[in-house]
Design a protein around this ligand. Sequence first.
Ligand SMILES: [Cu+2]
Length: 146
Amino acid sequence: MSRAGTPKRAGALRRRMPLASWRLPALALALLLAPLVAASPLGAQTHVVARDNAYLVDHFVVDVDGTLLFTNLDLRAHDVVAFASGPDTNPWCGPYPAGACPLFATPLIGLAEQVVVEGTSQLTPRASYPFYCSTHRWMVGTLHAI
Ligand SMILES: [Cu+2]
């Protein structure tokens, strides 16, 4: 009989740890690829994901009261930049000339980085907003505001 009466149980727990090590990344990926709009107490949350020099899908439904996240699963740096211009007073306008500040934007981010797309609260519901990656002009998508 064991000293504390629980070594068998502790051994069983230790054996489960390797399974948990691969389940966590799989769960994270599943969450990223989950439905485009998920319920959230503060509004819907939408993910734009880049991989293999493309956005994973072309069209995204965005709640103007929610959060739009951009995740890069690619080795190359990417961003999300609106074709439409916004006010020159937006905090992300620094690199853009006057009158050409994007309505919404992110900085360039690298592999496995995630940022909030700033400016989506300025979108008008029922309007559509095409966007692109500033370093790969073939990467385009469209936000559909609700
Ligand atoms: Cu890019």
